[in-house]
Ligand binder design. Structure first.
Ligand code: TYM
Length: 330
């Protein structure tokens, strides 16, 4: 089976609905057709100063949320990035292929610096470590949300650069970004993507939030004054976002939903969206409680995933070292 890989950072106490609909739902679908590697990007999370105990807990929760969302550890390797030390090693090789200006021009880095986030060098070299994550597994596709597109582009550039300098060694991956759900918007400001650093906590749906609160936040989502349920992300971003959320969770195409809501108001739409979200998250939260109740089992799954990942990583690193002229150790 061709390989795919993706990761998420453990930088908050829970994933949110954007992570779930933009990425996790696709991870679960794709594990039928691909040899899948899904990991918690704990090394990337070190770019944001965090209490060690908090990082440990968030790492476990993030891994558990992959499983609660439907990732099957029997088929897909689920692991922590830091458990496969080759990631950091290949990251170094990628750093040495990247221009200083090229790294500084990455929009995520520029945005963080502009927002006054104290930039450490890890933040600057973040995309090179991400390229290493992907190239390590010869991934054909990388299922991510729209905000990762530029990172995928630099990953492709770095793979091509390595190959042209040292000979064909690395697989050039493609992003797997699903139109529509790749950018779930903030409920309070539907022109901005849903994100843990969004303007208002009510704009975000935390996957572990109390269902009554979730329903309330959806009912108070910002829409528009036009009154008609239609899909038009440019002029009706709030309503369109609600339609996308409903569509992914209910499996009903957006145009069919629009037809069902003909002549009905936004109140009806919001109520139905709240219902489908709560219906999906109630069993998810239940499964989370079970997974967190048995940390030994979770650790076992992560250890097994790291073993499987390491096997691939070792083979790739052997190829990379040889191609780049690093002497094999006797
Ligand atoms: P992270 O942890 O910020 O986000 C995890 C995944 O969720 C997607 N996502 C969204 N999708 C739709 N709508 C949204 N509002 C939304 N917000 C987030 C992201 O696109 C992502 O797919 N750099 C990565 C982590 C990473 C990685 C990798 C990913 C490290 N190495 C290698 C893929 C391959 C990140 O910070 O994602």
């Amino acid at each position: 089976l061709p390989r795919i890989l993706s990761g998420m950072q453990p930088t908050s106490d829970s994933l949110h609905l954007g992570n779930y609909l933009g990425a996790l739902v696709n991870w679960v679908k794709l594990q039928d057709e691909f040899d899948a590697y899904y990991f918690v990007a704990d090394l990337h999370a070190l770019t944001v100063p965090t209490e060690p105990a908090v990082l440990r807990q968030r790492t476990r929760v993030t891994a558990a949320q992959f499983l609660a969302g439907g990732v099957d550890p029997k088929r897909s390797a689920v692991f922590c990035q830091s458990h496969v030390t080759e990631h950091a090693e290949l990251g170094w090789v990628m750093n040495c292929l990247t221009g200083d200006g090229e790294a500084r021009r990455m929009t995520q880095f520029k945005d963080k610096v502009a927002k006054g986030q104290n930039a450490n060098v890890g933040l600057l070299t973040y995309p090179m470590l991400m390229a290493a994550d992907i190239l390590m597994y010869d991934a054909a596709y990388v299922p991510v949300g729209e905000d990762q597109r530029q990172h995928l582009e630099i990953t492709r550039d770095l793979a091509e650069r390595f190959n042209s300098r040292f000979g064909a060694t690395l697989v050039v991956p493609d992003a797997y970004i699903v139109k529509g759900s790749a950018k779930i918007m903030d409920l309070q400001d539907p022109t901005a993507k849903m994100s843990k650093t969004g303007s208002s906590p009510k704009g975000l749906i935390d996957l572990m939030e109390d269902p009554a609160r979730i329903a309330k936040n959806i009912r108070s989502a910002v829409t528009d004054t036009d009154g008609e349920v239609r899909y038009d992300p440019d002029t009706k971003p709030g309503v369109s976002n609600l339609l996308v959320i409903h569509s992914v969770l209910s499996g009903t195409p957006v145009d069919k939903l629009v037809a069902t809501f003909a002549g009905r108001g936004y109140g009806d739409l919001k109520k139905e969206v709240a219902d489908v979200v709560v219906e999906r998250l109630t069993p998810f939260q239940e499964r989370m409680r079970e997974l967190l109740d048995d940390p030994a089992e979770l650790d076992r799954i992560l250890a097994d995933g790291a073993d499987r990942a390491r096997e691939v990583a070792r083979a790739t690193m052997a190829r990379v070292r040889d191609a780049a002229g690093l002497l094999p150790s006797a």
